[in-house]
Design a protein around this ligand. Sequence first.
Ligand code: UDP
Length: 423
Amino acid sequence: MDSISKQHIALISVHGDPAVEIGKEEAGGQNVYVRQVGEALAAHGWHVDMFTRKASAEDSTIIEHSPRCRTIRLTAGPEAFVPRQEIFDYCGDFLEELIKFQKQEGIEYSLVHTNYWLSAWVGMEWKKRQKISQVHTYHSLGAVKYQSISAVPMIATTRLGVEKAVLESAERIVATSPQEKEHMRSHVSTKGNIDVIPCGTDVERFGSIDKPAARAALDIDPEALLVFYVGRFDPRKGIETLVRAVGQSQLRNTDKLRLIVGGGSRPGQSDGIERDRIEGIVAELGLTDIVSFPGRLADEVLPAYYAAADVCVVPSHYEPFGLVAIEAMASGTPVVASDVGGLQFTVVSEETGLLAPPQDDTAFATAIDRILTNPEWREQLGHGARKRVEEKFSWNGVAQQLSGLYEQLLTEQPIKTPEPVTA
Ligand code: UDP
């Protein structure tokens, strides 16, 4: 490693705590991404500090994940859960705390990688105060998201402004799929530097257990035709489409069809409301006996669930990347996904699974049935899926690309500094 890769870098994820349990309210792909990127970059020699907002008084302030990788929770606003549309109010305090921490520790970060627009704002403001390169990953684009929802929140104008400004001013934007890059160009701005570096997954952990062993461990009938979902309970995740598709399946009366809907929820919070709504639809369709809700699936059991499944379904209305798809694929399980965003990049229809139009119950039912009724083809798709993840989406490969990008930016940096004027 040369001296550049020994430098201190900051990852900012104001609302997505990289050290939190995944699958709970608002904790999902971003938390996983930041944590994985942080740990992998530390393994590549960088000193990585990941900054997030402290969302509970009981949480520790600093967590050491490995010798060169920490999560640092800054107090900005109440030390309690705050919905993300209200967090912008505390971003100014977050920046002040960040700068204070840097001073106290005697560290000078040379590069900041921001995640989601709230952190983008912090990064842009930070750049006004010191020399630091900014890399940004959006995780979600307001301009795309607001197209598909009826009630646009008050914060929309601010968000859209920040998303445009960061695209035009950051040293580099990381798009996680060519589709996301295209959306940035068509919906946000034609200016700015974008690199496509996908999200990755752990190809050792996912794929470590075979189907019979996984089913035995989870006490699932070896003969079951098992459809699987895991993720947040959010209407945009399209769980309703999946439930209605299972309701329409031609296999419904075979006695073998099962649906597992994994993911956490908190009573009274928005994800709890969505879970109640989904359970209501399950009951209304008479599917209670074949659908189960095991709740949040912890890291230790998740690989077994993916391996136990015959098909994993990702029915999102929109998805910039979609980690669940590559986790299932790494586990050798074909994926039926909405034909949108990053899922068009990860899932190759007819080779690693199938794509179906979002919110189209019938198309999802047809796709699921095609896979479930053809076990040999299912196996082939599973092999294709695993191969694609090994080739394109392993964390190691992804971290190498990010590390290369940082090095490139930090080497370029001196060129951007104005030369002293000589007489
Ligand atoms: N996840 C988990 N347990 C759960 C629910 C979700 O570990 O009970 C993880 C899942 O494995 C994936 C992430 O949360 O790594 C969800 O990421 P994705 O990109 O699919 O969706 P997002 O939450 O970003 O919309």
